[in-house]
Write a protein that binds this ligand. Structure first.
Ligand code: UD1
Ligand code: UDP
Length: 365
């Protein structure tokens, strides 16, 4: 039996192809939601949009400092694994849910009659920004080194793992499950939704903005600088700018008392509405990992408002520029990306990553 552990918006989206495959193939599994994300628009809306069954468990850990959140997830996961005794736990990405799920599972001795530790499969293994000031980088490194299966989305990710001495036998290059999720939903999102119309936007007639990284939004000077660049870009181009705001960012905008010019703030969107916004955008400006991938897959130019990326494949194919956070560099990068044609290759696989991952584990256990 598998346990699929997830807790945040991107994990629900990127685990959805695996959950669908388990359902389709009659594989014995259950979903354990940690409750790291819990607001309707960060959590339940994705189960509805992606038509996923409700999780068997929800730890409801909610928000907290890194240690409080990680500790609460570990304690909750340990208890459930002890009861359910799965053979393999699957985690995805680089959140505190991944760190805590991996650590708890790998020390839970309940597998089989010999009471071996539960095996851990890390989906989206091997990504590296090489910036250890990001909490996500710490989480990725630990998860990869503890995991029994590292499902690397690309050869670049595999190389990172080999470079850190991880046994090649543990690594399988599968593509990224985000390709599966985009392909399974993009047509539906454009056929069924009215998001553009409701927001008064036209195809390729607006910029899409997302920001939520701790290092960007919890720092007043940095956040102010980013918003000033976006305001200048809007003033220079006259192109509308739409920004579905992550709750963390909304909280910080309020607490810093920032006054945003030229940017339309809207609530976080469900996956189908967001995909419609993303696939029709003239360009995205973002610090999200998933948005860098999705824009690359959808042929939408991207400017990454960060000092580094763990998705260098997007830059290599010409879909993305890592601009840093200075207003001048953001504006310059936006100018360059506005000239780009959407003629690059998708480096993240053929949309069958979910099936490849399940096949790979099922042939081992
Ligand atoms: C987390 C992940 C980040 C991932 C992001 C996806 C970690 C360390 N960070 O960041 O890697 O990119 O999720 O979106 O795991 N909040 C709500 N409602 C919610 C969830 C959060 O209001 O449903 C607010 C709370 O004020 C909370 C803040 O957002 O304190 C931050 O939430 P948290 O889960 O700690 O980190 P994220 O910024 O969401
Ligand atoms: N997303 C969404 N609605 C939004 C913003 C993002 O559905 O309003 C989706 C997006 O399509 C992508 C994922 O959320 O699949 C990215 O999540 P996020 O940016 O929060 O986290 P990251 O990928 O940086 O970890």
């Amino acid at each position: 039996m598998f346990a699929i552990i997830l807790g945040t918006r991107p994990e629900i989206i990127k685990m959805s192809p695996l959950i669908r495959s388990c359902e389709k193939q009659g594989i014995d599994y259950f979903v354990l939601h940690t409750g790291q994300h819990y607001s309707y628009e960060m959590d339940r809306v994705f189960f509805e949009d992606l038509r996923l069954p409700a999780p068997r468990y929800n730890l409801d850990v909610g928000s907290g400092s890194h240690a409080v959140q990680t500790g609460a997830i570990m304690a909750g996961v340990e208890k459930i694994l002890a009861e359910e005794k799965p053979e393999v736990v699957l985690v995805q990405g680089d959140t505190n849910t991944v760190l805590a799920g991996t650590l708890a599972a790998s020390k839970c001795y309940v597998r089989g009659p010999q009471k071996l530790p539960v095996e851990v499969g890390h989906v989206e293994a091997g990504l590296r920004s090489f910036d250890r000031t990001m909490p996500e980088e710490i989480n990725r490194i630990i998860a990869d080194h503890v995991a029994d299966y590292c499902f690397a989305p690309t050869e670049v990710a595999k190389k990172n793992l080999l470079h850190e001495g991880i046994d090649e036998k543990k690594i399988v290059v599968t593509g990224n499950t985000i390709v599966d999720a985009v392909r399974q939903n993009v047509v539906l999102s454009n056929e069924s939704g009215n998001t553009l119309k409701n927001l008064g936007l036209s195809e390729k007639g607006y910029f899409l903005v997302t920001l939520h990284r701790q290092e960007n939004v919890d720092d007043k000077t940095r956040l102010e600088g980013i918003f000033s660049a976006l305001a200048r870009l809007h003033a220079a181009t006259g192109i509308p700018m739409v920004f579905p705001v992550h709750p963390r960012t909304e909280k910080m905008i309020k607490s810093f008392g920032l006054d945003l010019k030229g940017i339309s703030l809207i609530p976080p969107q469900g996956f189908l509405d967001f995909l419609q916004l993303e696939s029709n955008a003239r360009m995205a400006l973002t610090d999200s990992g998933g948005v860098q991938e999705e824009t690359c897959i959808l042929g939408v130019p991207c400017v990454t408002i960060r000092d580094s990326t763990e998705r260098p494949e997007t830059v290599a194919v010409g879909a993305n520029i890592v601009a840093g956070v200075s207003p001048e560099n953001i504006i310059k990068a936006a100018g360059t990306m506005l000239e780009k044609q959407d003629s690059w290759e998708n480096p993240f696989g053929d949309g069958n990553a979910g099936d490849k991952i399940l096949h790979s584990i099922c042939s081992e256990i």
